[in-house]
Unconditional design. Structure first.
Length: 424
């Protein structure tokens, strides 16, 4: 026997039970997105590497150490498996001229790739649902994003979640802050780690984003960007907060929050929980008014957010009972040469009428087939032997709860099942 093959570390299989939960989650998410007027966009998983180095930022964890980048052997192109969705979404919208007539409310969902150390809630292939509002400048859309998150957490029954909010101001405000921050960090240059030293001049704001516990004290006392905000940025930030208060969404201002990607300005937010260990943030986003221009589009404001589906699923599943979510309405059991084709046709008839039907394949005694029927979670078994087939009938037998076995024609079965499953 040859050796067993394994999946790639940090890239997970979703087995049927879990995959069904994901589908149930995706349905809730789709309804929720529709209820706010967001429309889907699907972009490729592979993009040119420079989209992310330009879009996400050269001096970010993602671009410096986490991307799966490779050279196409056939034409030497530099390509990357997408580590996030915003850059691709903006690239696509610019390329296809989507926003310059009308602003757009868009969402995407799918796998992202980052080479990180796998642990609970942190994988190398993970999934995000992302929401982008392109072409909207006002604070109302920032608040819309936060309020819609709150609604989803409520729909999913998540508690123990906290909203952290900050403003990163505009480019000029960040420039003033940057000078002060560099001056401050220079005093601690010897104590900074390798990342910190490298980013000190290249992108000092990123130093504040460190996860190194040894640097927390230094970072805590650093000049806060929020104290450098001018009138317009403050007004925008105030307006977002007023709308949140209006919607009764509690928040905490965290002046240290800078987000891990370079494209943000003004409002940034993170939803955190204490229940996922170090992977505390399960949804994050904010405004990125400069990105469209930076990626070659006509300047236009934008904001958005992304949630990590694995992390949200971990939180959601805590509150759910185990056991299969999805089971067929009917399991068709049959034995005999005449019975098989008759049962096969009857199963198709039921499916045409909208029922979920599993047809037994692989033979075996009635008894062993009935065991399979029971194990499938189906509400009813439809039983066909040669005698029934000769009489043009099938037998309907309830597998859960009360009820007699009943012989009917396949056409009458449709009525009977509808009545049993959906009648009072
Ligand atoms: P973290 O600080 O946990 O590394 P991040 O700031 O890199 O997160 P974002 O780029 O903002 O994350 O991505 C948005 C969301 O995607 C995160 O809040 C998280 O829920 C999820 N996410 C990010 N990286 C991973 C990963 N490697 N595995 C699973 N989920 C992830
Ligand atoms: Mg990260």
């Amino acid at each position: 026997m040859s050796t067993k093959l394994q999946g790639v570390r940090g890239m997970n299989d979703l087995l049927p039970e879990e995959a069904e939960r994901w589908e149930a989650f995706e349905e809730i998410v789709r309804d929720w997105l529709r209820s706010y007027g967001y429309r889907p966009i699907r972009t490729p998983i592979v993009e040119y590497t420079k989209l992310f180095s330009r879009g996400v930022g050269e001096h970010t964890d993602i671009v410096e150490k986490e991307m799966y980048s490779f050279e196409d052997r056939l034409n030497g192109e530099h390509l990357t498996l997408r580590p996030e969705g915003t850059a691709s979404c903006v690239r696509s919208v610019i390329e296809h001229n989507l926003i310059f007539q009308n602003p757009q409310r868009l969402y995407y969902s799918g796998p992202m790739f980052r080479h990180e150390r796998p642990q609970k809630g942190r994988y190398r292939q993970f999934h995000q649902v992302g929401v982008e509002a392109l072409g909207f400048a006002g604070p109302d859309v920032d608040a819309e994003h936060i309020v819609m998150c709150r609604r989803l957490w409520d729909d999913l029954g998540l508690d123990d979640v906290e909203l952290q909010l900050n403003s990163l101001g505009d480019a000029a405000e960040r420039a003033t802050h940057r000078t002060e921050l560099i001056a401050y960090l220079e005093k601690y240059q010897d104590q900074l780690d390798e990342d910190g030293k490298r980013r000190l001049y290249a992108n000092p704001l990123r130093v504040l984003d460190t996860k190194n516990p040894a640097l927390q004290e230094i970072v805590e006392a650093a000049p806060k960007l929020i104290e450098y905000l001018g009138e317009a940025s403050l007004k925008h930030f105030e307006a977002v907060q007023a709308l949140l208060r209006e919607a009764a969404v509690p928040y905490r201002i965290n002046p240290r929050m800078v987000r891990g990607l370079d494209y943000y300005n003004r409002t940034v937010f993170e939803w955190t929980t204490t229940r996922l260990g170090a992977q505390a943030t399960f949804c994050a986003g904010g405004r990125y008014d400069g990105l469209i221009e930076q990626l070659g589009g006509k300047p236009a404001p934008a904001c958005g957010f992304a949630m990590g589906m694995e992390r949200v699923m971990l939180l959601w599943q805590e509150g759910l009972d185990a056991g299969p979510l999805v089971s067929p309405d009917v399991y068709v059991v049959h034995q005999g040469e005449q019975a098989a084709p008759f049962a096969f046709r009857s199963a198709e008839l039921l499916r045409s009428a909208g029922f979920a039907v599993v047809f037994h394949c692989g033979g075996g005694s009635f008894k062993s087939q009935m065991k399979k029927a029971d194990g499938s979670g189906a509400a009813y078994a439809v039983i066909v032997g040669d005698d029934e087939a000769a009489a043009g009938q099938v037998a309907l037998k309830p597998l859960r709860g009360e009820g007699e076995q009943q012989a009917v024609t396949p056409e009458a079965l449709v009525e009977l099942l509808a009545d049993r499953l959906y009648g009072e």
